[in-house]
Design a binder for this molecule. Structure first.
Ligand code: GLA
Length: 439
Protein backbone atom coordinates (compact mmCIF):
# COMPACT_ATOMS: atom_id res chain seq x y z
CA UNK A 1 0.00 0.00 0.00
CA UNK A 2 2.73 2.44 1.08
CA UNK A 3 4.72 1.55 -2.04
CA UNK A 4 1.69 2.20 -4.25
CA UNK A 5 1.19 5.65 -2.73
CA UNK A 6 4.87 6.46 -3.25
CA UNK A 7 4.70 5.37 -6.87
CA UNK A 8 1.56 7.44 -7.45
CA UNK A 9 3.24 10.48 -5.85
CA UNK A 10 6.32 10.07 -8.07
CA UNK A 11 4.14 9.75 -11.17
CA UNK A 12 2.18 12.89 -10.26
CA UNK A 13 5.38 14.80 -9.56
CA UNK A 14 7.01 13.86 -12.85
CA UNK A 15 3.77 14.76 -14.67
CA UNK A 16 3.84 18.20 -13.06
CA UNK A 17 7.49 18.63 -13.99
CA UNK A 18 6.81 17.60 -17.58
CA UNK A 19 4.02 20.16 -17.73
CA UNK A 20 6.22 22.89 -16.27
CA UNK A 21 8.90 22.20 -18.88
CA UNK A 22 6.56 22.39 -21.84
CA UNK A 23 6.95 25.75 -23.65
CA UNK A 24 4.09 28.11 -23.09
CA UNK A 25 2.54 28.57 -26.53
CA UNK A 26 1.32 32.10 -25.89
CA UNK A 27 4.57 33.56 -24.54
CA UNK A 28 5.36 36.97 -26.00
CA UNK A 29 8.83 37.60 -27.37
CA UNK A 30 10.59 40.97 -27.43
CA UNK A 31 11.04 42.92 -30.64
CA UNK A 32 14.53 42.99 -32.15
CA UNK A 33 16.66 45.66 -30.51
CA UNK A 34 19.39 47.76 -32.06
CA UNK A 35 18.01 47.85 -35.62
CA UNK A 36 16.55 51.37 -35.53
CA UNK A 37 18.51 53.38 -32.97
CA UNK A 38 18.23 56.21 -35.52
CA UNK A 39 15.38 56.46 -38.05
CA UNK A 40 15.71 53.94 -40.89
CA UNK A 41 16.96 55.18 -44.27
CA UNK A 42 16.45 53.57 -47.65
CA UNK A 43 14.34 53.41 -50.81
CA UNK A 44 10.95 51.85 -51.47
CA UNK A 45 9.32 50.90 -54.75
CA UNK A 46 5.79 52.08 -53.93
CA UNK A 47 5.63 55.85 -54.50
CA UNK A 48 6.99 55.68 -58.03
CA UNK A 49 6.37 52.16 -59.33
CA UNK A 50 3.44 50.84 -57.29
CA UNK A 51 3.08 47.12 -58.15
CA UNK A 52 5.09 47.37 -61.40
CA UNK A 53 8.25 45.93 -59.86
CA UNK A 54 10.65 43.25 -61.03
CA UNK A 55 14.15 41.93 -60.55
CA UNK A 56 15.75 44.10 -63.25
CA UNK A 57 14.30 47.30 -61.77
CA UNK A 58 15.36 46.38 -58.24
CA UNK A 59 18.89 45.46 -59.31
CA UNK A 60 19.21 48.67 -61.36
CA UNK A 61 17.98 50.61 -58.31
CA UNK A 62 20.51 48.84 -56.09
CA UNK A 63 23.32 49.69 -58.52
CA UNK A 64 22.14 53.31 -58.66
CA UNK A 65 22.04 53.52 -54.86
CA UNK A 66 25.69 52.52 -54.76
CA UNK A 67 26.83 54.66 -57.73
CA UNK A 68 24.98 57.82 -56.63
CA UNK A 69 26.56 57.62 -53.18
CA UNK A 70 23.22 56.97 -51.49
CA UNK A 71 24.47 53.91 -49.62
CA UNK A 72 27.42 55.95 -48.34
CA UNK A 73 24.98 58.66 -47.25
CA UNK A 74 23.11 56.08 -45.13
CA UNK A 75 20.29 54.84 -47.40
CA UNK A 76 20.88 51.14 -46.84
CA UNK A 77 17.44 49.53 -47.08
CA UNK A 78 16.03 48.65 -50.48
CA UNK A 79 12.38 47.87 -49.83
CA UNK A 80 10.01 45.99 -52.09
CA UNK A 81 6.53 47.27 -51.41
CA UNK A 82 3.30 45.67 -52.63
CA UNK A 83 3.34 43.43 -55.70
CA UNK A 84 6.12 40.87 -55.11
CA UNK A 85 3.95 38.04 -53.70
CA UNK A 86 3.22 34.89 -55.66
CA UNK A 87 0.91 32.11 -54.45
CA UNK A 88 1.36 29.94 -51.37
CA UNK A 89 2.66 26.38 -51.80
CA UNK A 90 0.66 23.30 -50.73
CA UNK A 91 1.95 23.66 -47.15
CA UNK A 92 1.05 27.33 -46.96
CA UNK A 93 4.53 28.82 -47.40
CA UNK A 94 4.57 32.00 -49.45
CA UNK A 95 6.38 32.12 -52.79
CA UNK A 96 7.68 35.12 -54.69
CA UNK A 97 6.22 35.91 -58.14
CA UNK A 98 8.76 34.08 -60.31
CA UNK A 99 7.76 35.98 -63.42
CA UNK A 100 8.73 39.25 -61.78
CA UNK A 101 11.63 37.79 -59.78
CA UNK A 102 12.96 34.85 -61.82
CA UNK A 103 16.06 34.33 -59.67
CA UNK A 104 14.02 34.35 -56.45
CA UNK A 105 14.14 36.43 -53.31
CA UNK A 106 17.12 34.72 -51.69
CA UNK A 107 19.29 35.48 -54.69
CA UNK A 108 18.05 39.10 -54.70
CA UNK A 109 18.96 39.41 -51.02
CA UNK A 110 22.45 38.09 -51.81
CA UNK A 111 22.77 40.65 -54.63
CA UNK A 112 21.88 43.49 -52.25
CA UNK A 113 23.98 42.26 -49.33
CA UNK A 114 27.04 42.02 -51.60
CA UNK A 115 26.60 45.76 -52.31
CA UNK A 116 26.22 46.93 -48.72
CA UNK A 117 22.42 47.09 -48.98
CA UNK A 118 19.68 45.38 -46.98
CA UNK A 119 16.45 43.86 -48.31
CA UNK A 120 13.06 45.11 -47.18
CA UNK A 121 9.82 43.33 -47.95
CA UNK A 122 6.14 44.09 -47.54
CA UNK A 123 3.12 42.16 -46.33
CA UNK A 124 -0.22 42.72 -44.68
CA UNK A 125 -1.86 41.61 -41.43
CA UNK A 126 -5.08 40.81 -43.29
CA UNK A 127 -6.19 38.22 -45.84
CA UNK A 128 -4.86 40.31 -48.73
CA UNK A 129 -2.45 43.17 -49.22
CA UNK A 130 -3.83 46.58 -50.22
CA UNK A 131 -3.20 45.72 -53.88
CA UNK A 132 -4.93 42.33 -53.37
CA UNK A 133 -1.94 40.01 -53.20
CA UNK A 134 -1.86 37.27 -50.55
CA UNK A 135 -1.82 38.57 -46.97
CA UNK A 136 -0.13 37.03 -43.92
CA UNK A 137 -3.20 36.44 -41.75
CA UNK A 138 -3.02 32.88 -40.39
CA UNK A 139 0.48 32.41 -41.85
CA UNK A 140 2.47 34.77 -39.64
CA UNK A 141 5.04 32.26 -38.37
CA UNK A 142 5.42 30.66 -41.79
CA UNK A 143 5.98 34.04 -43.42
CA UNK A 144 8.45 35.21 -40.80
CA UNK A 145 10.52 32.06 -41.18
CA UNK A 146 10.41 32.42 -44.96
CA UNK A 147 11.63 36.03 -44.79
CA UNK A 148 14.44 35.04 -42.40
CA UNK A 149 15.43 32.20 -44.72
CA UNK A 150 15.51 34.58 -47.72
CA UNK A 151 17.75 37.02 -45.84
CA UNK A 152 15.18 39.79 -45.43
CA UNK A 153 16.15 42.66 -43.09
CA UNK A 154 12.99 44.80 -42.95
CA UNK A 155 9.25 44.16 -42.98
CA UNK A 156 6.60 46.79 -43.68
CA UNK A 157 3.31 45.32 -42.47
CA UNK A 158 0.10 46.84 -43.80
CA UNK A 159 -3.48 46.85 -42.55
CA UNK A 160 -5.84 46.18 -45.48
CA UNK A 161 -8.49 43.39 -45.35
CA UNK A 162 -8.21 42.98 -41.56
CA UNK A 163 -11.93 42.80 -40.74
CA UNK A 164 -12.49 42.05 -37.05
CA UNK A 165 -8.76 41.92 -36.29
CA UNK A 166 -7.29 43.74 -33.33
CA UNK A 167 -4.38 45.92 -34.39
CA UNK A 168 -2.23 45.54 -31.30
CA UNK A 169 -2.82 41.77 -31.32
CA UNK A 170 -2.06 41.37 -35.03
CA UNK A 171 1.14 43.38 -34.93
CA UNK A 172 2.27 41.71 -31.71
CA UNK A 173 1.71 38.30 -33.29
CA UNK A 174 3.99 39.23 -36.21
CA UNK A 175 6.57 40.74 -33.86
CA UNK A 176 6.70 37.43 -31.96
CA UNK A 177 6.98 35.51 -35.23
CA UNK A 178 9.84 37.71 -36.47
CA UNK A 179 11.71 37.22 -33.23
CA UNK A 180 11.11 33.49 -33.22
CA UNK A 181 12.41 33.23 -36.81
CA UNK A 182 15.83 34.24 -35.48
CA UNK A 183 16.97 36.93 -37.94
CA UNK A 184 17.00 40.60 -36.83
CA UNK A 185 14.32 42.31 -38.95
CA UNK A 186 13.22 45.92 -38.66
CA UNK A 187 9.44 45.93 -38.20
CA UNK A 188 7.63 48.87 -39.80
CA UNK A 189 4.00 49.16 -38.74
CA UNK A 190 1.66 50.60 -41.37
CA UNK A 191 -1.92 51.06 -40.20
CA UNK A 192 -2.05 54.77 -41.06
CA UNK A 193 -2.48 55.85 -37.43
CA UNK A 194 -6.11 54.65 -37.24
CA UNK A 195 -5.58 52.64 -34.03
CA UNK A 196 -3.20 55.17 -32.44
CA UNK A 197 -0.15 52.86 -32.59
CA UNK A 198 1.97 55.49 -30.82
CA UNK A 199 0.04 54.51 -27.66
CA UNK A 200 0.82 50.77 -27.81
CA UNK A 201 3.52 49.99 -30.38
CA UNK A 202 6.68 51.18 -28.66
CA UNK A 203 7.62 47.57 -27.86
CA UNK A 204 5.94 46.07 -30.92
CA UNK A 205 7.56 47.75 -33.93
CA UNK A 206 10.38 50.12 -34.81
CA UNK A 207 8.18 52.73 -36.51
CA UNK A 208 4.52 53.30 -37.15
CA UNK A 209 2.79 55.27 -39.85
CA UNK A 210 0.92 58.23 -38.41
CA UNK A 211 -1.15 59.19 -41.47
CA UNK A 212 -2.75 58.06 -44.71
CA UNK A 213 -0.76 57.79 -47.93
CA UNK A 214 1.37 60.69 -49.07
CA UNK A 215 1.37 62.08 -52.62
CA UNK A 216 3.74 64.50 -54.37
CA UNK A 217 1.70 67.50 -53.22
CA UNK A 218 2.98 70.22 -50.90
CA UNK A 219 -0.30 71.91 -49.97
CA UNK A 220 -3.65 70.18 -49.39
CA UNK A 221 -5.37 68.85 -52.50
CA UNK A 222 -9.03 69.92 -52.92
CA UNK A 223 -11.65 67.28 -52.11
CA UNK A 224 -13.56 65.93 -55.12
CA UNK A 225 -16.59 63.64 -55.50
CA UNK A 226 -17.62 60.91 -57.93
CA UNK A 227 -20.96 60.79 -59.84
CA UNK A 228 -22.69 59.14 -56.85
CA UNK A 229 -21.54 61.99 -54.65
CA UNK A 230 -18.98 59.88 -52.81
CA UNK A 231 -15.79 61.55 -51.68
CA UNK A 232 -12.89 60.39 -53.84
CA UNK A 233 -9.61 59.15 -52.37
CA UNK A 234 -6.92 61.79 -52.48
CA UNK A 235 -3.29 61.68 -51.47
CA UNK A 236 -2.20 63.51 -48.35
CA UNK A 237 -0.04 66.57 -48.80
CA UNK A 238 3.21 67.34 -47.03
CA UNK A 239 1.61 70.14 -44.99
CA UNK A 240 -1.35 68.03 -43.81
CA UNK A 241 0.99 65.23 -42.74
CA UNK A 242 3.22 67.63 -40.79
CA UNK A 243 0.19 68.90 -38.85
CA UNK A 244 -0.78 65.35 -37.83
CA UNK A 245 2.75 64.14 -37.07
CA UNK A 246 4.01 67.12 -35.08
CA UNK A 247 1.84 66.69 -31.93
CA UNK A 248 3.02 63.06 -31.61
CA UNK A 249 6.63 63.94 -30.87
CA UNK A 250 6.55 62.68 -27.29
CA UNK A 251 6.00 59.10 -28.55
CA UNK A 252 9.10 58.95 -30.78
CA UNK A 253 12.61 58.01 -29.75
CA UNK A 254 15.49 55.64 -30.49
CA UNK A 255 14.06 52.32 -31.69
CA UNK A 256 10.46 53.59 -32.08
CA UNK A 257 9.72 56.35 -34.56
CA UNK A 258 6.70 58.21 -35.86
CA UNK A 259 6.55 57.51 -39.61
CA UNK A 260 4.92 60.31 -41.63
CA UNK A 261 5.25 58.11 -44.77
CA UNK A 262 7.86 57.79 -47.49
CA UNK A 263 9.52 60.67 -49.29
CA UNK A 264 8.14 62.13 -52.50
CA UNK A 265 11.28 64.13 -53.34
CA UNK A 266 11.80 63.96 -57.11
CA UNK A 267 8.38 62.44 -57.79
CA UNK A 268 5.25 63.35 -59.67
CA UNK A 269 2.05 61.35 -60.08
CA UNK A 270 -1.30 61.36 -61.82
CA UNK A 271 -4.21 60.31 -59.59
CA UNK A 272 -7.73 60.31 -61.02
CA UNK A 273 -6.58 62.43 -63.93
CA UNK A 274 -5.04 65.05 -61.63
CA UNK A 275 -1.32 65.70 -62.04
CA UNK A 276 0.68 66.18 -58.85
CA UNK A 277 4.20 67.53 -58.73
CA UNK A 278 6.45 69.47 -56.39
CA UNK A 279 9.00 72.16 -57.17
CA UNK A 280 12.59 71.82 -55.99
CA UNK A 281 11.75 74.33 -53.23
CA UNK A 282 8.85 72.16 -52.07
CA UNK A 283 11.01 69.05 -52.23
CA UNK A 284 13.65 70.79 -50.12
CA UNK A 285 11.04 71.88 -47.55
CA UNK A 286 9.54 68.35 -47.46
CA UNK A 287 12.97 66.75 -46.93
CA UNK A 288 13.97 69.31 -44.29
CA UNK A 289 10.78 68.79 -42.33
CA UNK A 290 11.15 65.00 -42.36
CA UNK A 291 14.67 65.48 -40.94
CA UNK A 292 13.40 67.94 -38.32
CA UNK A 293 10.75 65.36 -37.30
CA UNK A 294 13.28 62.48 -37.00
CA UNK A 295 11.27 60.60 -39.61
CA UNK A 296 12.37 57.47 -41.43
CA UNK A 297 13.94 58.66 -44.70
CA UNK A 298 12.66 56.25 -47.33
CA UNK A 299 13.16 57.58 -50.85
CA UNK A 300 10.44 56.87 -53.39
CA UNK A 301 11.72 58.24 -56.69
CA UNK A 302 13.10 56.62 -59.85
CA UNK A 303 16.84 56.53 -59.14
CA UNK A 304 17.70 55.61 -62.71
CA UNK A 305 16.40 59.03 -63.83
CA UNK A 306 17.36 61.34 -61.01
CA UNK A 307 18.07 65.06 -61.57
CA UNK A 308 21.11 66.77 -60.01
CA UNK A 309 18.73 68.96 -57.96
CA UNK A 310 16.96 65.95 -56.44
CA UNK A 311 20.26 64.21 -55.74
CA UNK A 312 21.60 67.32 -54.00
CA UNK A 313 18.54 67.43 -51.73
CA UNK A 314 18.56 63.80 -50.63
CA UNK A 315 22.35 63.64 -50.10
CA UNK A 316 22.67 66.79 -47.99
CA UNK A 317 24.83 65.22 -45.27
CA UNK A 318 24.30 67.95 -42.71
CA UNK A 319 20.53 67.71 -43.09
CA UNK A 320 20.70 63.91 -42.83
CA UNK A 321 22.77 64.34 -39.65
CA UNK A 322 19.85 66.32 -38.17
CA UNK A 323 17.53 63.38 -38.87
CA UNK A 324 20.04 60.82 -37.62
CA UNK A 325 21.12 62.72 -34.53
CA UNK A 326 21.82 60.19 -31.73
CA UNK A 327 19.59 61.97 -29.19
CA UNK A 328 16.63 60.87 -31.33
CA UNK A 329 14.29 63.71 -30.34
CA UNK A 330 11.58 64.72 -32.79
CA UNK A 331 11.60 68.45 -33.51
CA UNK A 332 8.97 70.90 -32.33
CA UNK A 333 7.09 73.73 -34.01
CA UNK A 334 7.71 76.77 -31.85
CA UNK A 335 5.25 78.96 -33.71
CA UNK A 336 3.27 79.40 -36.89
CA UNK A 337 2.80 83.05 -37.81
CA UNK A 338 0.53 83.49 -40.82
CA UNK A 339 1.92 80.38 -42.49
CA UNK A 340 5.54 81.03 -41.54
CA UNK A 341 6.58 78.16 -39.28
CA UNK A 342 9.53 78.19 -36.86
CA UNK A 343 10.94 74.78 -35.93
CA UNK A 344 13.63 73.60 -33.49
CA UNK A 345 15.16 70.18 -32.89
CA UNK A 346 17.48 69.52 -29.93
CA UNK A 347 20.66 67.75 -31.04
CA UNK A 348 23.48 66.00 -29.21
CA UNK A 349 26.24 68.07 -27.54
CA UNK A 350 24.06 71.13 -26.95
CA UNK A 351 23.45 71.85 -30.65
CA UNK A 352 20.07 72.76 -32.15
CA UNK A 353 18.67 72.45 -35.64
CA UNK A 354 16.49 75.43 -36.51
CA UNK A 355 14.42 76.06 -39.58
CA UNK A 356 11.82 78.44 -40.93
CA UNK A 357 9.33 77.09 -43.44
CA UNK A 358 7.33 79.48 -45.60
CA UNK A 359 3.99 77.89 -46.56
CA UNK A 360 2.68 81.15 -48.07
CA UNK A 361 2.25 81.78 -51.77
CA UNK A 362 4.82 84.58 -51.84
CA UNK A 363 8.43 84.99 -50.70
CA UNK A 364 8.79 86.35 -47.17
CA UNK A 365 11.58 88.54 -45.82
CA UNK A 366 11.82 88.44 -42.05
CA UNK A 367 14.13 89.33 -39.22
CA UNK A 368 15.32 86.48 -37.06
CA UNK A 369 15.14 88.02 -33.61
CA UNK A 370 16.70 85.36 -31.42
CA UNK A 371 15.30 86.86 -28.21
CA UNK A 372 11.81 86.09 -29.56
CA UNK A 373 12.81 82.52 -30.43
CA UNK A 374 13.81 81.19 -27.03
CA UNK A 375 12.80 77.51 -26.62
CA UNK A 376 12.09 75.66 -23.38
CA UNK A 377 11.36 72.04 -24.29
CA UNK A 378 9.86 70.04 -21.43
CA UNK A 379 10.11 66.79 -23.42
CA UNK A 380 13.87 66.86 -23.94
CA UNK A 381 14.52 69.06 -20.88
CA UNK A 382 16.55 71.28 -23.16
CA UNK A 383 16.35 75.05 -23.51
CA UNK A 384 18.02 77.57 -25.72
CA UNK A 385 19.87 80.44 -24.10
CA UNK A 386 20.05 83.19 -26.68
CA UNK A 387 20.41 85.81 -23.93
CA UNK A 388 23.41 84.20 -22.26
CA UNK A 389 25.10 82.04 -24.90
CA UNK A 390 26.53 82.80 -28.31
CA UNK A 391 25.70 80.22 -30.95
CA UNK A 392 27.55 79.83 -34.20
CA UNK A 393 24.96 79.41 -36.98
CA UNK A 394 25.67 77.32 -40.07
CA UNK A 395 23.35 77.43 -43.09
CA UNK A 396 22.52 73.80 -43.91
CA UNK A 397 21.37 74.47 -47.48
CA UNK A 398 24.25 76.86 -48.27
CA UNK A 399 27.25 75.24 -46.60
CA UNK A 400 29.55 77.59 -48.53
CA UNK A 401 28.09 80.61 -46.65
CA UNK A 402 30.15 81.94 -43.76
CA UNK A 403 28.65 81.00 -40.35
CA UNK A 404 27.31 83.91 -38.32
CA UNK A 405 26.61 84.29 -34.59
CA UNK A 406 23.50 84.91 -32.50
CA UNK A 407 25.25 87.51 -30.31
CA UNK A 408 27.75 90.28 -31.06
CA UNK A 409 30.14 92.14 -28.77
CA UNK A 410 28.68 95.28 -27.20
CA UNK A 411 30.40 98.59 -26.53
CA UNK A 412 31.36 97.78 -22.97
CA UNK A 413 33.99 95.18 -22.12
CA UNK A 414 32.52 91.68 -21.76
CA UNK A 415 29.09 92.86 -22.93
CA UNK A 416 27.23 90.89 -25.63
CA UNK A 417 24.05 91.84 -27.45
CA UNK A 418 21.62 89.46 -29.11
CA UNK A 419 21.98 89.92 -32.84
CA UNK A 420 19.20 89.97 -35.42
CA UNK A 421 19.45 88.61 -38.93
CA UNK A 422 17.32 89.42 -41.97
CA UNK A 423 16.56 86.47 -44.24
CA UNK A 424 14.34 85.82 -47.23
CA UNK A 425 12.47 82.52 -47.31
CA UNK A 426 11.14 81.83 -50.81
CA UNK A 427 7.56 80.60 -51.17
CA UNK A 428 7.13 76.93 -50.20
CA UNK A 429 10.75 76.71 -49.15
CA UNK A 430 12.87 76.70 -45.99
CA UNK A 431 15.95 78.19 -44.44
CA UNK A 432 17.67 75.70 -42.14
CA UNK A 433 20.55 76.12 -39.72
CA UNK A 434 22.60 74.23 -37.18
CA UNK A 435 23.30 76.20 -34.01
CA UNK A 436 26.40 75.28 -32.01
CA UNK A 437 27.18 76.97 -28.67
CA UNK A 438 30.49 78.85 -28.84
CA UNK A 439 32.60 77.68 -25.91
C1 GLA B 1 -1.06 51.12 -48.39
C2 GLA B 1 0.18 51.74 -47.75
C3 GLA B 1 1.09 52.26 -48.84
C4 GLA B 1 1.46 51.13 -49.78
C5 GLA B 1 0.21 50.50 -50.36
C6 GLA B 1 0.52 49.23 -51.15
O1 GLA B 1 -1.85 52.08 -49.00
O2 GLA B 1 -0.17 52.77 -46.87
O3 GLA B 1 2.25 52.85 -48.29
O4 GLA B 1 2.24 50.18 -49.10
O5 GLA B 1 -0.70 50.13 -49.33
O6 GLA B 1 -0.62 48.66 -51.70
Amino acid sequence: MKKAILLLGAALLSGTLALAQRPRPTADLPKWEGVADTPQMGWSSWNCFMTEINEDLIKATADAMVELGLVDAGYVYLNLDDGWHGERDASGFVLEDREKFPSGMKSLADYLHARGLKLGIYSDAGDFTCACYTGSRGHEYQDAITYAHWGVDYLKYDWCFTTNANAKGSYTLMRNALRKAGRPILFSICEWGVNKPWEWARDVGHSWRTTGDIGPAFAPVPVSYDEQGRRKWKPMSVLEIIDINEPLREYAGPGHWNDPDMLEVGNSATVDGIFYDMTDSEDRAHFTMWCMMAAPLILGNDLTKITPETLAIITNREMIAVDQDPLGIQGLRLKNEDGVQYWFKPLADGDWAFCVMNTREEDVTLTLDWSALEVNDALSKRRTDFAGTTYSVRDLWHPEAKPFTTRVKGRRKGQFNVAARTVTVPTHDVVAYRLTPVK
